[in-house]
Design a protein around this ligand. Sequence first.
Ligand code: NAD
Length: 254
Amino acid sequence: MRLEGKVAIVTGGARGIGEAIVRDFVAEGASVVIADLLETEGNALATELQEMGYDVYFHKTDVSSEDSIKALRNFTLGTFSKLDVVCNNAAINIPGAVTELSEDTWTRTMDVNVKSQFLMGKHTVPLMQKQGKGSIINMGSANSFVAEPRLSAYVASKGAILMLTRAMALDYAKDNIRVNCICPGWVDTTLNDAHAELYGGRDVVLQDLSSIQPIGRAINPSEIAKVATFLASDDSSCMTGSPVIADGGITAGA
Ligand SMILES: NC(=O)c1ccc[n+]([C@@H]2O[C@H](COP(=O)([O-])OP(=O)(O)OC[C@H]3O[C@@H](n4cnc5c(N)ncnc54)[C@H](O)[C@@H]3O)[C@@H](O)[C@H]2O)c1
């Protein structure tokens, strides 16, 4: 088991890719705190996994709030007395060109997608420094590298995540804290519902996925989870500041 003895926080872990990461982390031996706004889904997932014998808790968290992130850190420390892995996975995606987006949508997108990763770093890196080790995994996107029409706030946030990852990797390499990001392509999750409407809806997108994603199918959340587990584990010990592109070929021809 590649994460035996490690304690991890997974933000946005109540559904979608985050849920798959939680499932893979516990299966690989980690103790996990699921941090999400979705209480019903988060508690149900934690209960299901506890009943299977895994060491996992749900903690209601708004990743855009510093107080909420401090409470999450304190809960994790109070429960497990340490923290080895932070997976910053929570995000929102509200489509629109800049002339279509409200200032509130822009600010909310940046707060949930980017400020959250800054705040998680601010409040968890000191623990990892004391422990002498840590792995931070930020969820980027193929949109960290390529833009798309009418997706400005999301694309800008994912570009920022790539550079925040690199900046943090430089700052904390000396502390043995690795900071990497995963850049997925199209994964069939709730996040994409509004995005898919730009192309005629989810069914249309899935039928014609090869036009945007060369492998011609949606990526399964569990496939992204495997990448997260690799980055969380000591198998990736020489990697920091790396975007791991898991995009079914989207950026290969860009
Ligand atoms: N689905 C894709 O095709 C795709 C592609 C590239 C990158 N990603 C990235 O993968 C990550 C997971 O996305 P997903 O597709 O599983 O989406 P999702 O909508 O299924 O899951 C996102 C989770 O984040 C949580 N969340 C949202 N705002 C929050 C907040 N303020 N505080 C705490 N939790 C909050 C949601 O409740 C949800 O559980 C995101 O960073 C997304 O940008 C997804």
